[in-house]
Design a binder for this molecule. Sequence first.
Ligand SMILES: Nc1ncnc2c1ncn2[C@@H]1O[C@H](COP(=O)(O)OP(=O)(O)OP(=O)(O)O)[C@@H](O)[C@H]1O
Ligand SMILES: [Mg+2]
Length: 523
Amino acid sequence: MAALTALRFVRRWFLLLLIGPLLGGLAGYAVIRQVPPMFEATVTLLVGQGMVTNSSGTDQLLGADQLAQTYAEAVRTRPVLTEAANQLNLPLSMRDLLDRVHARRVANTQLLRISAEQTDPSVAAALANTVAQVFVSKNQQVQTARFASSRDGLGQLVGGLQNDVAAKAHQLDELTAQPASPERDSDITLLQTQLSQLESMHAETLRSYQDLQVVEARGMNTLTVIEPAVAPEDPIRPNRALVAFLAVIAGLLVATGVAAAAEYVDDVLRDRQRVALATGLATFGLVPRAESGTSLRDPATRRLAESYRLLRSNILASVPDQAQLRTLLIASPAMGEGKSTTAANLAIVLAESGRRVILVDADMHRPTQMKLFSVPGRPGFSTLLLDPNVSASDVIRPTWLPNLSVLPAGPTPADPSALLSSRRCDELLNQLHELCDLVVVDTPPLLAQPDAALLGTRTDGVLLVVDASRSRGRQAGRAIEMLRESGAVVLGAVLNRIPRKAMEYPAYDSYYVSKPDAVFAAD
Ligand SMILES: Nc1ncnc2c1ncn2[C@@H]1O[C@H](COP(=O)(O)OP(=O)(O)OP(=O)(O)O)[C@@H](O)[C@H]1O
Ligand SMILES: [Mg+2]
């Protein structure tokens, strides 16, 4: 059922569902053509962490991993990015640089990737490489600065001690060159002691200085470019195929939305699903739209005849006991939906099946049956309602079908609804029941006159006629409410005037059984 509904939806809106995605795709393509391609180049660096005292190998690896993450954040800072842009003479603002340069650590590794996006692939590669280079050298500077003060202090101390040693040695040489005396010898001994103290201090300070240099070298975090960026061949954006595909899908969605909204706004009862949804009724028959000029006895109307016969079968099958169905009321929500035509043809096919049928034209506002059956219009139903002395058998008119008689509407009374709610109306229907097996009653529109609802309570079942090309779901729903409120039993619906094309569609047509002969009335 759902598949059929979907199929019907697609069939009905096929053109829109085709044009929507097509336009979407074209629009997407037109937009994407305006967007310049963007290239991305990436440089890969290895982050090495300096030795940290008292740390195990694992801790150190984890540290390097975290360091890589810190570096990934530090790359996108103003000093690094602006210097790189200046070196390349790129007129990019900090905001542009932040948009175009990205850095990320490769998870669970010591690798750091710096990417740059540019419309020119070689500029992208140059920017990535320059950012990496600037970052590496800035990192180097920071690292060196960390040890500079202690290293410089120690260096000066070593230099000073070296000078002191040299001065003492020179002093000793001069003293040794003087003529020997007991004072000179004691001075030499003193100087030699001082010199050896200075030499050992110098040696110690120099060792400390050298140790510091080793610590500095081992403690430096290193950044090494292991794969420089090269100019990429393919752009990363825009992905034209993806954009075009998404645009097609968007077009399809918009088209489907428009079609669904149009279906919602337009609640014409086109098919049995819509009838069921709006009225809760089963559709007993589908009557195709007849060519204009189709006459009541035209043998070319086989299909119409078949549809009325099928309607007859479905109505009779819907009641538990056919003999209990003595009066069948034909009603419709609005004007001109086909009540009179349906009543006439249904009366004909019921008579054909051997039942004695009287067709009563209870539409005293716009009577039709006398024209359809070419019988005098008066006296008729209104005459019988107004005058209890007139007998029904005197007023009903025979037709070309032996089992079928017609009771025309008669002259239009001042207040038809008052007559229809009178006791005389009940008596009259009883009289008619005695003359036939089944009374078929044609009525005025439900939403225009109270007549059909008044008669509905006096009949055994109501058939609701709806025009498949214009009857509205909301109107039909209201009509059903009126009938149910009056206590009438609504048996089902008949969809009239179904377009020929739609009738060829299997969902409409599959119940049809071919039978010869034809009956119809349409002018
Ligand atoms: N299936 C059909 N195909 C083509 N024309 C049709 C069909 N059914 C009815 N008609 C035509 O539509 C017009 C209105 O039909 P009909 O008189 O039966 O409607 P109605 O509901 O009785 O109207 P009213 O509300 O005025 O009583 C008539 O000209 C009739 O011949
Ligand atoms: Mg009518």
